[in-house]
Design a protein around this ligand. Structure first.
Ligand SMILES: Cc1cc2nc3c(=O)[nH]c(=O)nc-3n(C[C@H](O)[C@H](O)[C@H](O)COP(=O)(O)OP(=O)(O)OC[C@H]3O[C@@H](n4cnc5c(N)ncnc54)[C@H](O)[C@@H]3O)c2cc1C
Length: 563
């Protein structure tokens, strides 16, 4: 059943910004590196759609001010060592990327007339400012640099499982959906940078992000963390778009049906520039209170900012144009949009070397628990984290690989797993993957599951998810390798859906994206904890709360309405 075996020192799964950075840095250490992607590196995943904000602490900035802002706005569940790392390494790595871009003829960072990095106050920024990045040239640069660095590339191959040998990760199984081949990818260490799970919902850049990286890490025994912070963005109702950080930075206003700029009631200091977590819950609460629909109003933005928005997020404006909407002339209906574990929302628990608890397994970018963010602090941290965590995980995986023995894992050792992955191709009757995906989406995007939760609504969702997992997912059929990809995606999606609902049930307070009507307060006395998930020895999902250190900025004690 296995058509091809490839040996490498380091295997990187997922070639977004984080995976490309990891592969390049691992290769710099003179290892052989294979980068495998489900799509086409530079045009798949979230990275090419990133909407311009990259929060980089410049050398002249006060790092303590940045740390305070990120930790306070991350509602104190950030990993503060990662925040510090990001503040120290973000700037040199961003400038290295800028340099690579120049060498390949791309402009990555926007600069003012004096040549200084353009900086703006975007969502969540009070004492800090975000730089402006062109995501597509950045990803074109990454692709070119991966090739120049002699990283081997394997594209249109979906990785489905990790391979273990005596508790150590020694490779992965991949399914080539264009050539129909099954690959055994043997490696001494693996970096998972395949993002999280977006459940194929309304959203640019994450139709193929269906959680395999996080699900396969779970199956291998890795701990995952902060999945209770499964996240949402907000978007125009008529067409998904991106660029809201820039829109808010340019003076965009959120209005309810009474014409009120309601965000000042939820985030008095910065109103329309509120963090994503606050904005999502606020829009959902306005609608629930009968003050919907909600609009984004860009009519008062300056011509200069309008030009910048059109340049940085062209896809958003193409979508508006196709619907004959001019967002600079009329207010646009807006809504929350659930994103799951893509762009943040929890993931693989990593230490400051990017290592998981499973030997040989590392993670970077959105596939990891994005430890710097806490709940979701300020806009633009994700892109910086992608390059910082990619750099760290790539180097760490390379040095692990230098010391590690080659595994003797053979094709025959993985045949049983491969057979079960290919089984949907043999099913003569069954559900289509789309039917199952739709059922899952309906459970997760219900208002009382995605945004305004309670014990009762989460228990109802868990029951439905368990029935989809037990009955629907095992009976999916596939007619060809493309449908097989979708069938396998239902497996990882249901796993992540269960993690989300179980983690949300566990956290009995409100914090960040997690808003519960039955526990409406943030509770630093009992819940200043990370919610962890791991597969136990019986194969059940274990969820628990873990204390964590706050070495630089302790949290205030007490209970209070979410800040
Ligand atoms: C519309 C939008 C706007 C955004 N705007 C901003 C912004 O302004 N600022 C900011 O900081 N962040 C922003 N973000 C978030 C940011 O883009 C992401 O956090 C970041 O790009 C994540 O990079 P990554 O490399 O971890 O993942 P991705 O770029 O998503 O890459 C993951 C890769 O893994 C591959 N993959 C997935 N599954 C598999 C599999 N099973 N096998 C093999 N390969 C697989 C995918 O094909 C993809 O190439 C935005 C995100 C979106 C969607």
């Amino acid at each position: 059943m296995i058509n091809k075996t490839i040996d490498t020192d380091v295997l990187v799964v997922g070639g977004g910004l984080a995976g490309c950075e990891a592969a390049i840095k691992a290769k710099n250490e003179h290892n052989s590196v294979l980068l495998v992607d489900k799509g086409y590196v530079s045009r798949s995943g979230a990275s090419p759609f990133a909407a311009g904000a990259i929060n980089v602490c410049l050398p002249e900035d006060d790092k303590d001010v940045w740390l305070r802002e990120i930790v306070e706005r991350g509602e104190y569940i950030n990993d503060q060592e990662w925040v510090k790392l990001q503040l120290e390494r973000g700037y040199p790595l961003a400038m290295e990327l800028d340099e690579w871009g120049r060498a390949f003829g791309h402009t990555i960072f926007e600069r003012d007339e004096q040549g200084n990095l353009l900086r703006k106050k975007a969502r969540g920024n009070i004492n800090t400012r975000t730089c402006v990045i062109n995501a597509i040239p950045a990803m074109d640069t990454m692709r070119a640099k991966v090739i120049e660095s002699k990283v081997s590339l394997l594209e249109r191959v979906m990785v489905t499982d990790l391979v273990l040998d005596q508790g150590r990760v020694v490779g992965a199984i991949g399914l080539g959906y264009r050539d129909g081949k099954v690959y055994l990818l043997r490696a001494k260490s693996v970096v998972l940078s395949a993002s999280g799970c977006g459940f194929k919902l309304f959203g640019m850049g994450h139709r193929n992000l269906t959680g395999e990286g996080q699900a396969m890490a779970y199956e291998a025994g890795a701990m995952l963390r902060n999945i209770d912070q499964a996240m949402s963005n907000t978007t125009a109702r008529a067409a998904d778009n991106h660029g809201m950080s820039l829109m808010a930075a340019a003076g965009g206003r959120f209005l309810n049906s009474l014409g009120e700029e309601f965000m000042w009631n939820y985030e008095p200091e910065i109103g329309n520039r509120a963090r994503l977590s606050k904005l999502t819950v606020a829009i959902a609460r306005e609608i629930a209170a009968g003050r919907g629909p909600v609009y984004m109003d860009l009519t008062a933005t300056s011509e200069e900012d309008q030009k910048l928005m059109r340049k940085i997020v062209p896809e958003a404006f193409k979508a508006f144009a196709s619907l004959k909407i001019d967002p600079f002339k009329e207010k646009v209906e807006w809504m929350p949009a659930f994103k799951g574990t893509v762009m943040h929302g929890g993931g693989i628990h990593i230490d400051i070397t990017g290592a998981s608890n499973v030997p040989g397994l590392y993670s970077a970018g959105d596939c990891s628990c994005t430890p710097e963010h806490g709940t979701w602090s300020i806009t633009g941290l994700n892109l910086t984290f992608a390059i910082v965590s990619g750099d760290i995980a790539g180097r760490s995986a390379a040095s692990y690989a230098r010391e590690a023995a080659t595994s003797g894992v053979q094709k025959s050792d993985v045949e049983e797993t491969v057979a079960s992955r290919l089984a949907p191709l043999d099913a003569k009757v069954g559900l289509t993957p789309d039917e199952v995906i739709y059922r899952m989406q309906k459970v997760l995007i219900a208002n009382d599951v995605a945004y305004i939760r309670s014990d009762a609504s989460l228990r109802r969702a868990l029951g439905e998810i368990e029935s989809i997992r037990e009955e629907a997912v095992p009976s999916v059929k596939a007619r060809n390798s493309h449908e097989l990809v979708k069938a396998l995606e239902t497996r990882s999606m249901i796993r992540i859906a269960e993690m989300i609902v179980r983690s949300c049930l566990y956290r009995e307070e409100s914090r960040g994206f997690h808003y519960r009507t039955d526990y409406p307060l943030t509770d630093n006395d009992d819940w200043l904890k990370w919610i962890m998930v791991q597969r136990d020895e019986q194969g059940s999902m274990r969820v628990w709360a873990q204390n964590f250190p706050t070495p630089y900025l302790p949290a205030p004690s007490g209970k209070y309405p979410p800040k």
